[in-house]
Design a protein around this ligand. Structure first.
Ligand SMILES: Nc1nc2c(ncn2[C@@H]2O[C@H](COP(=O)(O)OP(=O)(O)O)[C@@H](O)[C@H]2O)c(=O)[nH]1
Ligand SMILES: [Mg+2]
Length: 645
């Protein structure tokens, strides 16, 4: 039965395509895979014989988006049709949440259709599932053949339950999406019937949800007609581009069509193989009553499971890449000179980063830095839904000490239901993300989720927490400047956020770093502030690096030197020197602090390990290196080595 994971906030729904051999099950999955947009589909995996007949199953993972605050993951499987794989069919059918029966309309396939349906019902009974109640739809495929059984006759024979049924020409894409939408709909209806917590809020219907889910997966509500027998896409595919919130895109591993071919008993010639390839002898079905059937069945089950595990891993990597991108965006904001942008524009950009990271439908930020709380919203919101009710305002005021992101769902209290569902557009949940400096709350980001959005998993909540710590810096600088017109300094990460960035970076492959050719002088320019002396060769030096990460690294090194000087009671004076050495560029950042009469020294100070480890990781991701020494007077000297572009 449906697999609901509260912690990850995911629901897995398994839909099995069943039917006679050559009915068009694999074709259905192939078409769905080809038409789905990259970010929503996993790899289509077929485990085939050398003759390219399905021997295990076809697997297609699809993501339909949020359902009742959960990320709904669909696992589509097609059984192998040939009669000898009956044990595998039984295994694949196990724990199905919905079944599509793909019938072959060809007039000479009457017997195969009825046999397959009988076998399916028997298999369900063997799994203690009632064939009369399991979510079920029927597809009458191959309607384009010259000799077909008429639909009423097929219906009388195969559709005794009077479930939704669809004529189809799967090779041309016709009927495929309708069938898919119908099974999704009846399966979710059953899910809502079984689990009260899954029931939709008033005014929402499964049909409306399925419609937007189909639009989400395929980018449209109807399939184009495909050229007949379009060739299946093979393994080597270019990477898939994922749309990012700012309109740019990012490449991730492709989710192509992968066929695994396995030698089966009938592939092995009975006689010693002749020197020249002769047609293989036709063999009698081998596996049907084989004693190792049970073993084969357990392998089949394990393999199907593995197929989906591989997909989960891919999704995790993609999520990590997206998180890196969000960290980059936050770093860009955090190291940007605080001169020009006004607070509101800056707050909007902070919100955009959080909305993208949390997958929210809308957002507002309540600034706590001003005397009376002020909210900034992103379109489509014109005002903050929670701040509109007296209860909501009080509730938000009480959250001044909130340390980490908090998820609140409308159903948790009548007041929250009122505040969220009465708003236009209406919402089902809010995630409160505190933006705080070391001492105080600077603002509360309010991420709103409508009925179609998935709430952030525990992992994503932690990520939101890290981002919020990074983003609190620029918020504080802006707020301080607005109040006192004092010049802001470069802000760096809090220890906790630094640890988060470091652990994320170490999990990524080096190619995740977006390297461009940068002019070193441009990267060094923002460091020229009073107290920092920058020296670089006059010739243009190009380095291959990720701009925000490199800028952040240098700002952090300067900051570490500054802190070190201050801790020793010295007036910070930092030099940044760049030099070319063959194919390498060396940037030396060192403190030449002068003794101050104001305070005594404290030579025992240790540099922040967390910050140091972030910059070290970033250097390594650039095939570079960071060395860290002390000069004769025990002042820090950093040498960052990079590659010339
Ligand atoms: N004419 C016609 N051929 C189809 C149609 N659907 C699938 N086929 C072809 O029938 C064969 C078997 O299809 P396949 O999807 O592998 O069947 P499966 O054994 O049920 O997985 C393939 O050659 C398909 O191209 C259809 O609607 N019309
Ligand atoms: Mg097949």
């Amino acid at each position: 039965m449906v697999d609901i994971n509260q912690k990850e906030r995911t629901i897995r729904v398994k839909i099995v395509y069943y039917g006679p051999a050559l009915g068009g099950k694999t074709t259905n999955l192939r078409v769905l895979h080809e038409q789905a947009i990259g970010a929503r589909r996993g790899e289509l995996i077929s485990v085939n014989s050398m003759q390219d007949r399905t021997i295990l199953c076809d697997l297609l993972p699809l993501r339909s988006g949020g359902f009742r605050g959960y990320d709904l993951k669909l696992q589509l499987l097609a059984v192998p049709g040939q009669s000898m794989y009956s044990a595998t069919r039984r295994v694949v059918l196990k724990a199905a949440d919905g079944i599509v029966f793909v019938a072959n309309s060809a007039s000479d396939r009457w017997y195969e259709n009825t046999q397959s349906l009988k076998e399916m019902n028997a298999n369900l009974v063997a799994h203690q599932v009632d064939p009369n109640t399991i979510p079920f739809v029927i597809q009458y495929n191959k309607r384009d053949l010259p000799q077909v059984i008429d639909l009423p006759a097929l219906g009388r024979e195969l559709n005794v339950r009077h479930v939704p049924s669809f004529p189809a020409v799967a090779t041309e894409g016709s009927g495929v999406l309708e069938t898919f939408a119908a099974i999704l709909s009846v399966t979710l209806q059953e899910l809502c019937r079984r689990y009260r917590t899954m029931e939709l809020p008033p005014g929402q219907t499964i049909e409306a949800w399925v419609k937007q889910a189909v639009k989400g997966i395929f980018g449209r509500e109807q399939f184009d007609v495909l050229p007949a027998d379009a060739p299946a896409q093979e393994v080597e595919e270019p990477p898939v581009e994922i749309e990012l919130p700012d309109g740019t895109s990012m490449a991730v591993a492709s989710t192509g069509y992968r066929r695994v071919r396995v030698t089966t008993p009938q592939d092995v010639p009975a006689a010693p193989a002749p020197a020249t390839a002769a047609p293989r002898p036709a063999q009698a079905p081998a596996a049907e009553a084989h004693p190792s059937e049970a073993l084969a069945a357990s392998y089949a089950e394990a393999s199907a499971e593995l197929g989906f595990v591989v997909n989960d891993l891919r999704e995790e990597l993609t999520a990590a890449l997206l998180r890196l991108d969000e960290m980059r965006r936050a770093l860009e904001l955090a190291t940007e000179p605080t001169g020009s942008a006004d607070v509101e524009a800056r707050v909007r950009r902070i919100l955009q980063v959080l909305v993208a990271a949390g997958g929210a439908s809308a957002a507002a930020l309540r600034l706590a830095t001003t005397e009376t709380a002020r909210s900034v919203t992103l379109p489509p919101l014109v005002s903050d839904p929670l701040s509109r009710t007296t209860w909501g305002q009080r509730h938000l005021d009480e959250l001044g000490d909130l340390p980490e992101p908090l998820v609140e769902e409308a159903v948790e209290s009548p007041q929250l239901t009122d505040a969220l569902r009465a708003s236009e557009p209406s919402f089902e949940a809010v995630v409160l993300v505190p933006l705080r400096s070391a001492e105080r709350l600077l603002g509360l980001a309010l991420l709103y989720y409508d009925v179609h959005a998935a709430l952030p998993s525990r992992d994503t909540q932690v990520h939101l927490g890290y981002l919020a710590r990074e983003l609190a810096g620029p918020l504080e600088a802006s707020a301080a400047r607005e109040a006192t017109a004092a010049a802001g300094r470069l802000r760096v990460l809090s220890q906790a956020a630094a640890a988060g960035v470091a652990s994320l970076l170490t999990r990524l492959p080096p190619e995740a770093v977006r390297r461009q050719s940068l002019n070193l002088a441009d990267v060094l320019a923002p460091l020229r502030v009073p107290g920092v002396f920058v020296a670089a060769p006059t010739e243009a030096i190009a380095v291959a690096a990720d701009a925000p990460l490199l800028r952040f690294t240098l700002a952090t090194l300067v900051h570490l030197c500054e802190t070190d000087s201050l801790e020793r009671g010295q007036t910070p004076e930092i030099t940044v020197r760049a030099a070319v050495d063959g194919s390498a560029v060396r940037v030396t950042v060192s403190a030449v602090g002068r003794s101050s009469v104001l305070a005594a020294g404290d030579p025992g100070h240790h540099l922040s390990d967390a910050e140091l480890s972030v910059v070290q990781t970033i250097a390594a991701l650039h095939d570079g290196a960071l060395t860290h020494n002390r000069d004769a007077e025990h002042r820090p000297v950093f040498v960052l080595q990079l590659r010339r572009a």
